[in-house]
Write a protein that binds this ligand. Structure first.
Ligand SMILES: [Zn+2]
Length: 281
């Protein structure tokens, strides 16, 4: 393996707003989304500036709802050399949809992005890593729609998602699509989630760096990191109706996340999913 400092890892952003997240879907329905003041445009632009400062290219899994409202933003992300991929249209968990509903949701987002950019969109990430034991057919649908890779599984035990006994590294599915699972580390007899999100905000930065280094040394696989634009937005409105657990997961350490992200961008080498995993249309 290449030196830890030169090996290339995948930076990914799920482009959605604070009111789209699955942790709040019991209290905020899609029909309510129009009642919020969107912050995703500004937050994503801030992220673009941070990436530009560090010379980092990333894959942006864009929610169709966002792309429809902010076409200029999506074009700018693309113009800056980042990869645009799909996060579906309405942020519904794949595991809570029928095959046909899932297909309609994904096709709507893919077509819209492709019309906007004039090129093929080949990557997909399911909301809340919601492809698993109960809906492997989702991979067949993704292949039908022309996707080349997916990053929709998290091999951990979690109350909302997780496929702990599925592969932990990028692999070719029997349906003929590459699945790039969110990274985990084997520690204390279990698989610890180290891919980003709430865990990144919860752990002190030194801990994240240690875990990523350990992963790279031990597994000799590229690491991939996921992040949301709202995670650098400490000023976002607080949703007091949500459960204590959901609020903790969403709001913990927002004020420190931007600084942590800058350190992460500095300490490792990053590029897009396409680049790191060598996937192409
Ligand atoms: Zn999401």
């Amino acid at each position: 393996m290449k030196d830890l400092h030169t090996c290339l890892n995948a930076m990914t952003v799920d482009v959605e707003d604070f009111f789209h997240v699955s942790a709040f879907d019991k209290i905020i329905k899609p029909a309510d989304w129009e009642n919020f003041n969107p912050r995703v445009d500004n937050n994503t632009r801030r992220l673009l500036d941070i990436f530009a400062r560090h010379g980092v290219k990333s894959t942006f899994f864009v929610l169709g709802w966002v792309a429809e409202r902010y076409p200029q933003l999506i074009k700018e992300i693309h113009a800056q050399g980042h990869e645009i991929a799909s996060h579906g249209y309405a942020h519904r968990r794949a595991s809570e949809q029928s095959r046909e509903e899932f297909k309609q949701d994904v096709v709507r987002s893919k077509q819209h992005l492709e019309d906007l950019l004039g090129e093929a969109v080949i990557g997909y990430r399911a909301p809340s890593f919601s492809i698993g034991y109960s809906n492997e057919w989702a991979f067949e649908v993704l292949v039908e729609l022309g996707f080349v890779y997916s990053s929709s599984t998290y091999p951990v035990k979690h109350d909302l998602y997780g496929t702990p006994d599925w592969p932990r590294f990028a692999y070719n599915r029997p349906e003929n699509i590459i699945e790039i699972p969110i990274p985990t580390l084997k520690m204390f007899g279990r698989q610890v989630p180290i891919g980003g999100g709430g865990y990144f905000r919860l752990y002190p930065y030194g801990m994240t760096r240690h875990l990523v280094r350990k992963y790279l040394e031990k597994e000799k696989q590229p690491y991939s990191f996921y992040f949301h634009p709202w995670e650098i937005d400490a000023e976002q409105p607080r949703l007091t109706q949500a459960s204590a657990k959901s609020r903790f997961r969403h709001y913990v350490n927002l004020q420190h996340t931007e600084a942590k992200l800058e350190r992460l961008l500095q300490d490792f080498n990053w590029s897009t999913m396409k680049d790191v995993y060598g996937v192409n249309a």
